[in-house]
Design a protein around this ligand. Structure first.
Ligand code: ATP
Length: 308
């Protein structure tokens, strides 16, 4: 914990210098981009973390936009081992909910519990080690691939290799002359979006998080890369508690529960089949958005979905 706390403190203090030194194109982790509202005071460390999450009547307004309430009374539960899919129109609040779980911000009212304990009572450095986020456009350090995978943690070469293999990253990493010591960023190799994502997945795997937060890619990856990323994501999701901002039909169909977030509220919640039967927002989303071009926008679509 101390090591991670120190690494975070160091990264925070160096961030400005780093950015200047590296130029704007290489960014450190997403979380350092944000302005956490939360002081890093010491909190509780639980003997065990089961990855469960509970939102109770959460209201939230971004401090920079005090006139707009973004989350308007959201409650839901994620049990250990469940895979929960968040879906909904752009701007509805899905990413905000994920940000709140990582405690980049505190809600204005309501409580969020992680592992059965109010987030506010937990040591942020500790619980962030129990959570991994794989975002659509993961940002990597301007250091070696190995360091990007270990994220400042101690790990053996075998562990790093295994995580990279599971993440479908070992193969492309091995093609570099310096292998895992290859530098990424401006002075190193340029990685494709899919390759970056697979490194981020390897990082998540090595953390072995109790809770995995995932933002599925909507950005265009080439077909092969998309397949490799998806396979890696599927492996990372296995036997774990997962909250995924979902854009793929196969993900929502496998989810224990799908939560449709619209304008800061839960519009619908249930399994894929239950929600389709409602014939409401979710069905329209499946027809229009989730599928993102995977299905023809004509009347046949209904039949195809019913056949899923
Ligand atoms: P998308 O699918 O496009 O990613 P989303 O459902 O994840 O959308 P959010 O990104 O959570 O939605 O955004 C919810 C609302 O909060 C939007 O109106 C957005 O403009 C606003 N918002 C998001 N981030 C911030 C921020 N850092 N500061 C102020 N407002 C924000």
């Amino acid at each position: 914990t101390l090591q991670v706390a120190m690494a975070f403190a160091l990264m925070s203090s160096l961030y400005g210098d780093f950015m200047q030194a590296l130029g704007a194109s290489v960014r450190i982790f997403d979380l350092l981009d944000r302005q956490p509202e939360v002081p890093n005071e010491d909190g509780m460390i639980l003997p065990e973390m089961d990855g469960s999450v509970e939102f109770q009547d959460i209201h939230f307004t971004y401090p920079s936009r005090p006139e707009t309430e973004v989350i308007k009374g959201i409650s839901f539960q994620v049990k250990p081992g469940e895979m929960i899919a968040l879906v909904g129109p752009s701007g509805g609040g899905k990413s905000t909910l994920v940000n709140l779980i990582e405690r980049f911000y505190d809600p204005n009212s309501g409580t969020i519990a992680l592992g059965g304990q109010d987030l506010k009572d937990l040591d942020p450095c500790w619980f962030r080690q129990k959570i991994s986020m794989v975002s659509q456009e993961p940002t990597l350090f301007a250091c070696s691939i190995k360091e990007n995978i270990t994220y400042g943690r101690e790990a053996t070469t075998e562990e790093i290799l295994e995580a990279a293999k599971q993440a479908n990253a070992d193969e492309f990493i091995s093609t570099f002359d310096d292998g895992y010591d290859t530098l990424v960023g401006e002075r190193g190799v340029r990685l494709s979006g899919g390759q970056k994502q697979r490194i981020a997945i390897a990082r998540a795997l090595i953390m072995n998080p109790a809770l995995l937060l995932l933002d599925e890619a909507t950005s265009a990856l080439d077909a092969e890369s998309e397949h490799l990323v998806q396979e890696a994501i599927d492996r990372a999701m296995k036997a774990r508690t997962v909250i995924v901002i979902a854009h793929r039909l196969s993900t929502v169909r496998n989810a224990s529960k799908v939560i449709v977030i619209d304008k800061g509220r839960i519009a619908e919640m249930g399994t894929h089949d239950e929600l389709l039967a409602l014939n409401g927002v979710y069905k329209r989303l499946v027809l229009r958005q989730l599928t993102a071009g995977a299905m023809p926008p004509d009347n046949d679509t209904d039949t195809q979905i019913d056949k899923q």
